[in-house]
Design a protein around this ligand. Structure first.
Ligand code: KG4
Length: 333
């Protein structure tokens, strides 16, 4: 079955063609340069750029896969969560294509794409597994029981991990998007330079909170400025990153032990972070847990994961009605 995947939930316009589980093409139009001067995503601009990019991106994905639109059997498009204006562009485009070609469409929850993105690489995890999904919009822990069966175990009560990276980068004057900038700075910094707070919340809680950490970094930076001290950017980035990584790793391992699960998977933009992967690999080995991380190109938003999740959803539940609408909050749970 040839599946065309379409993703436009935030600031990346993406299309991919899959033959069942095999990726034939994966095309991405990234808007980072559009939003860089604002230090964050401007929703109105994101929607306009999606409108310009969607047709060329889909055409490129079909051409790279060496298939015609008439060959496509199923369209899988991100239905939510995300920015409503952005989602509407990709999802309406997908519904129109499906209508014109008289082929089925399935709406995909973006979180399901991230939970399953690890399957796009060589190593495939076995179900059930714990999935930590960390991006600019979410920090959530799921129990994945099947390709289409996910249980929400915990989520952020305020900022997402990627959002914290982006905001800290902005306060330190680093380039957008903040995750890669902070991570590059941190590579040569001392993670013990400042002991920033870790928000563990209530005992055994699998929820996250990163707004206190972000405020702690801001207070530290302001204190240093008041003392006219030079900001040790590498050390501040490394210390901040260490605080985020420790909480993400330890809560994921707690989730695995609490639910008696021996496989752990990560996904989402922040899962590209080298230090996060290192600490996960070490801690999982210590605790006898099998650890899987997606290939870097499948960590951030992409349409291959949407096509993959859509294919499995369609195989289980069939197509959905063309009168479905987009949504801003994940429906997984
Ligand atoms: O999944 P994604 O592409 O988009 C959504 O937010 O849905 O994730 C983007 C987020 C941004 O906040 C970005 O700063 C963060 O992922 N990110 C990273 C790294 N690469 C991207 N955060 C930490 N370390 C990285 N290497």
């Amino acid at each position: 079955m040839l599946v065309l995947g379409i993703e436009s939930s935030c600031d990346d316009t993406a299309a991919a063609v899959l033959n069942n589980n095999q990726i034939l093409s994966n095309v991405l139009n990234c808007q980072d340069s559009v939003h860089a001067e604002f230090g964050g995503i401007v929703p109105e601009l994101a929607s306009r750029k999606h409108l310009q990019a969607i047709n060329p991106v889909v055409e490129k994905a079909l051409a790279r896969a060496d298939v015609q639109l008439s060959d496509i059997d199923l369209i899988a498009a991100t239905q939510g969560p995300g920015l409503i204006g952005s989602l509407l562009v990709g999802f309406s485009y997908a519904k129109a294509l499906a209508h014109v070609r008289a082929i089925p469409i399935t709406g995909v929850d973006h979180m399901a794409g991230h939970i399953l993105s690890v399957f796009l690489g060589e190593e495939k995890p076995a179900f059930p597994y714990i999935a930590l999904i960390v991006s600019g919009g979410t920090s959530s822990l799921f129990l994945a029981e099947e390709f289409h069966q996910f249980r929400l175990l915990g989520r952020t009560r305020d900022d997402a991990a990627g959002e914290a990276f982006d905001k800290v980068a902005k306060m330190l004057g680093l380039a957008y998007p903040g995750g890669p900038s902070v991570s590059a700075m941190a590579a040569t910094g001392n993670p013990c330079h400042v002991r920033f707070p870790r928000a563990w919340l209530e005992e055994k809680s699998l929820d996250f909170s990163f707004s206190g950490l972000k405020t702690a970094v801001l207070s530290y930076v302001n204190q240093q400025k008041m003392k006219n001290a030079t900001l040790q950017l590498h050390d501040i980035c490394a210390s901040f990153q260490e605080a985020v990584v420790e909480v993400l790793v330890e809560k994921s391992i707690l989730a695995a032990h609490t639910h008696h699960i021996s496989t752990l998977v990560i996904g989402g933009g922040v899962s590209a972070n080298t230090r996060l992967r290192e600490v996960f690999a070490r801690r999982c080995q210590e605790d006898g847990i099998t650890f899987h991380a997606p290939e870097p190109q499948y960590c951030t938003d992409n349409a291959a994961m949407i096509a993959f999740a859509g294919y499995h959803k369609f195989c289980k539940f069939g197509a959905h009605g063309r009168d479905e609408d987009v949504y801003s909050r994940s429906q997984l749970g």
